[in-house]
Design a protein around this ligand. Structure first.
Ligand SMILES: Nc1ncnc2c1ncn2[C@@H]1O[C@H](COP(=O)(O)OP(=O)(O)O)[C@@H](O)[C@H]1O
Ligand SMILES: O=P(O)(O)OC[C@@]1(O)O[C@H](CO)[C@@H](O)[C@@H]1O
Length: 372
């Protein structure tokens, strides 16, 4: 039996929605058990580590932690449960002012857990994950959202077929808010279309099926390596063949920094900003993604152009027949030019460089204030 947190705890009246639209992150929240080791351990050895902690993790959830510290209203959507560690995750989201009111709560469900080994000698983070048979967010969970409350929706590439349906649901919404009255040419809605982003992180080639629906895509180095790409430019070049026309694509690559493809086809790049001492690389990619979402979403909201003026320019993209879905929308990326993209990627690399000099995510808000 699944109910939402809202139905279970809050009752019937909906909570007041913020005046500023939120960024929604759909994906995983899990428990991270982090062991800080001097060196990566040898198999079948017995040793002590330097430190131990547990914290809330998961790509989408970590990105919310970072955005919340930057002052961005954000919401997490993922499956939660009544189990004690899942309660810990929920308490922690409250602490960080991350909205999770629409998360389905699985009675008798478990809590996905990762054991993470941080190596002080190399700065690596090794993640061993168990999903505790947790189910994933489906279209029917997603349909309960009022999309007017969001300016940007980010998906972790996970349950591909359902994520595709959710992306298509957003496209339909976007069509409805950009419609005009045929006689007066007046816009029929005061809402702005939603920008869709996706992260291809896990080493699963099927994740490429999500690209034709994304306005913005993040390609992790793990995914890129699993495809045989040796560097960021090779990644962008290859992946762009599967992407929507006008999409913005990011490739982040640890100490090499990051590179991005702009909607007009130009490439921008930024080196990494390593801290004095690397303390904790867990969640570096999630921090980078959050910084980009934050920066580009602010640019989007500041962008005064009428979003529906070029509606007739829409392009038809057909994706893999096994999903039998068509994408006919234009990219929601008009606000991204080369200069904006360069600023965004520099902000992303700077913030992430600062994060890996910290334990966990606390302290990012003061770093951000200094950055401004
Ligand atoms: N060792 C490092 N030195 C400096 N910056 C780093 C380092 N590792 C990660 N970063 C920063 O974090 C971003 C994302 O890192 P990456 O390792 O690709 O993510 P993930 O956590 O997904 O493996 C990089 O683009 C870079 O800016
Ligand atoms: O940014 P990274 O370091 O790649 O992601 C870290 C992380 O989100 O990924 C795991 C789930 O795959 C979580 O246990 C952990 O918090």
């Amino acid at each position: 039996m699944i109910s939402t947190f809202y139905e279970k705890i809050v009752g019937t009246s909906p909570p007041p929605e913020p005046s500023e639209p939120k960024v929604l992150c759909v994906g995983l929240s899990c428990l991270d058990i982090v062991q800080l080791c001097k060196h990566y351990p040898q198999e079948d050895s017995d040793q002590r580590c330097i430190d131990f902690r547990y914290q809330r993790g998961g790509n989408a959830c970590n990105s919310c932690t970072v955005m919340s510290q930057l002052g961005q209203p954000c919401e997490f959507l993922g499956v939660l449960s009544n189990e004690q560690f899942s309660q810990f995750l929920q308490d922690d989201m409250r602490k960080y002012k991350i909205d999770f009111l629409h998360c389905p709560i699985m009675e008798n469900g478990g809590c996905p857990t990762s054991v993470v080994i941080l190596s002080m000698s190399t700065g690596s983070r090794t993640i061993i994950h168990h999903d505790q048979n947790q189910t994933e967010i489906t279209l029917s969970d997603f349909e309960k959202l009022n999309l007017e409350n969001y300016s940007w929706i980010h998906f972790e590439g996970r349950n591909i077929s359902e994520v595709l349906l959710m992306m298509q649901h957003i496209e339909n919404y976007n069509k409805s808010v950009t419609q005009r009255d045929s006689e007066t040419n007046e816009k029929l809605s005061r809402y702005t279309p939603i920008t869709i982003s996706v992260e291809l992180e896990k080493k699963r080639p099927e994740l490429l099926d999500l690209l034709p629906y994304a306005d913005v895509a993040f390609i992790s180095k793990d995914f890129a390596k699993s495809r045989g790409y040796l560097n960021m430019s090779e990644t962008l070049k290859n992946v762009s063949h599967d992407a929507k026309t006008g999409a913005t694509i990011f490739s982040a690559w640890a100490d090499r920094g990051a590179m991005a493809l702009a909607p007009d086809g130009t490439i921008v790049q930024c080196p990494a900003f390593p801290p004095h001492k690397i303390i904790d690389t867990l969640g570096a990619g999630d921090t980078f993604n959050a910084a980009i979402l934050y920066y580009l979403n602010k640019e989007k909201l500041a962008f005064k152009k009428d979003y529906s003026s070029n509606a007739s320019d829409s392009i038809k993209m057909t994706i893999q027949q096994n999903y039998n879905i068509e994408s006919s929308e234009k990219c929601q990326t008009e606000f991204i030019d080369q200069a904006v993209l360069q600023e965004a990627i520099t902000f992303g690399c700077r913030l992430t460089g600062a994060k890996i000099g910290l334990q966990g995510f606390d302290g990012l808000s003061s770093i951000y204030k200094n950055y401004l």
